[in-house]
Design a protein around this ligand. Structure first.
Ligand code: ZN
Length: 92
């Protein structure tokens, strides 16, 4: 375990935290309110209460998972773009 693997771990953790704290809008089926919730919250919760009309909002796991995958994909793409921009091609 050298300094290289340690910095890789930190980088992976950063990206995981960025993804976990990314907010997805949940739409209430009763009042159509848009409720932003973090991916970390959505992964841990199956049902919540609408803060506007107090209706129980069932979280659609499959559509949330699709959204999570989409967010992860775009953040990873962005992240690797940033990494390759910062990397000096001559040092390889
Ligand atoms: Zn509502």
């Amino acid at each position: 375990m050298g300094p290289v693997s340690r910095s890789n771990n930190e980088r992976t953790k950063d990206l995981t935290e960025v993804i976990a704290s990314h907010e997805v809008e949940i739409v209430c089926t009763q009042c159509q309110a848009r409720i932003p919730k973090s991916i970390a919250f959505l992964k841990a919760t199956r049902e919540m209460r609408c803060p506007v009309c107090s209706a129980a909002v069932l979280l659609d796991v499959s559509s949330i998972q699709g959204e999570v995958r989409r967010v992860e994909k775009s953040l990873r793409a962005l992240h690797s773009q940033l990494s390759s921009t910062m990397r000096d091609p001559k040092s390889n």
